[in-house]
Design a protein around this ligand. Structure first.
Ligand code: NAD
Ligand code: IPM
Ligand code: MN
Length: 386
């Protein structure tokens, strides 16, 4: 199992202390579905590479939302990432998950750095937070804003508008397994896929409930139950059982390979897709290309009613790092998703509208056909919020 703190040396006394810098933790947790107080406490982990640059733009937009809508954000910027690991030997401090849990939401840029080839800081910070905070819903909207951004011939916004719900706390990501005789020709490497009734049931139920709440009528589950006849038989069983409770929803199934094919061929048939952790990871990079590329895609790692974490779908794109060329829209749209989840729907809608206007006017970065840098693209969107 993941033991994020087992290799961590002595706690670093310079780390932010939630007790000294933050208001008293609310034992009830945040109240994500109400308009709530006018202030929210956010943890921000900019992370590595372009994560730092796109996070700066998401924060610019969040601050602007605060000014325009009379909201305040208490922002706890956490230095965790590759630089921090290389300086201190620490991926996430021992109190790290508790610190995050006490805040209203978490925003992450991206984690991943060639100097940390085993990616252990991303495992502890990103996957560790998903597991430890039990953020079982990975919500990844695949929404095309403008036809010119879509690489699929003849497809426009009406064809590309669906939600992917990726199971986020189990599957092949749990790191159960091991390597025997590593580095030899006798090496055996085992990585188990964990599928539990609880885990499968709650993500499938979430997908159906989302469809119903949003007036949608189609939920498609994707697995590989033709080959993975143990774990994915559980997905089949639970999907059938839950679907039976939603007679108004057309529940369909594709094997994941066919789903990938149909996503390209006819994306308009999908409204809600639900799948496991690894398949959801893969198909949302594919979905991002329909939106204009990885720079456009947003995501939320959510446990309904509890502190949740928001991040663009993309990674740290080392080759773009520090060059002011990364597209900040995935990060900015993830900030909108965060505010929406916190119940600040008007604020979230204002961000989405500003992003849409920037896209329509081509006031964007070069990956989607504009001429602006990361900062300038962020400034345009921030200015549009009013
Ligand atoms: P990546 O998403 O970082 O980049 C792949 C390519 O997509 C880039 O080279 C670039 O061409 C394009 N791209 C990505 N984001 C963009 C943006 N904002 N604007 C414009 N173009 C963008 O994927 P990768 O190269 O496979 O991974 C790099 C590192 O990031 C690895 O260490 C990986 O583990 C990590 N990663 C982290 C996260 C995360 O923190 N959530 C997600 C994915 C990958
Ligand atoms: C994502 C990323 C992560 C994942 C990596 C960095 C571990 O690709 O959030 O999509 O696979 O979940
Ligand atoms: Mn991914």
């Amino acid at each position: 199992m993941l033991t994020p703190n087992s290799q961590v040396p002595t706690p670093n006394s310079q780390l932010p202390s939630p007790k000294s810098q933050l208001p008293t933790p609310n034992s009830q947790g945040p109240s994500p579905n109400s308009q709530g107080p006018t202030s929210k406490r956010l943890a921000v982990i900019a992370g590595d590479g372009i994560g730092k640059e796109v996070t700066a733009e998401a924060l610019r937009v969040i601050r602007r939302v605060g000014e325009v809508f009379g909201r305040t954000f208490e922002i706890e910027e956490l230095p965790w990432g590759a630089d921090y690991l290389l300086e201190t030997g620490i991926t996430i401090p021992p109190n790290g998950y508790d610190l995050l849990r006490r805040l209203d939401a978490i925003f992450i840029g991206a984690l991943g750095d060639p100097r940390v080839p085993d990616n252990r800081h991303a495992r502890d910070i990103l996957l560790g937070t998903r597991f430890e905070l039990d953020l079982y819903v990975n919500y990844r909207p695949v929404k095309l804003l403008d036809e010119r951004l879509c690489p699929l011939k003849g497809r426009g916004p009406k064809d590309v508008n669906f939600a992917v719900f990726r199971e986020n706390t189990e599957g092949l990501y749990v790191s159960i397994g091991g390597r025997f005789k590593a580095g030899t020709e006798d090496e055996v490497a085992i990585q188990e896929e964990l599928n539990t009734f609880k885990g499968v049931n709650r993500i499938i139920r979430h997908a159906f409930a989302f469809a119903q709440e949003h007036g949608l009528t189609k939920v498609c589950m994707a697995d590989k139950s033709n080959a993975m006849q143990q774990g994915h038989a559980l997905w089949q069983r639970v999907f059938r059982e839950v679907a039976a409770e939603y007679p108004g929803i057309n529940a369909t199934h594709y094997y994941i390979d066919a789903l990938a094919m149909y996503m390209v061929l006819d994306p308009g048939q999908f409204e809600v897709i639900v799948t496991n952790n690894l398949f959801g990871d893969i198909i949302t990079d594919l979905g991002a290309t329909f939106q204009g590329g990885l720079g456009m895609a947003a995501s939320g790692n959510i446990h309904p009613g509890k502190t949740s974490m928001f991040e663009p779908v993309h990674g740290s794109a080392p080759k773009f790092a520090g060059k002011n060329i990364a597209n900040p829209i995935g990060a900015i749209s993830s900030a909108a998703l965060m505010l929406d989840t916190l119940g600040w729907t008007k604020e979230a809608a204002a961000i989405d509208a500003a992003v849409m206007k920037a896209v329509k006017e081509n006031q964007v970065t070069s990956d989607i056909g504009g001429t602006l840098g990361t900062r300038e693209a962020g400034e345009v969107i921030a200015r549009e919020i009013r």
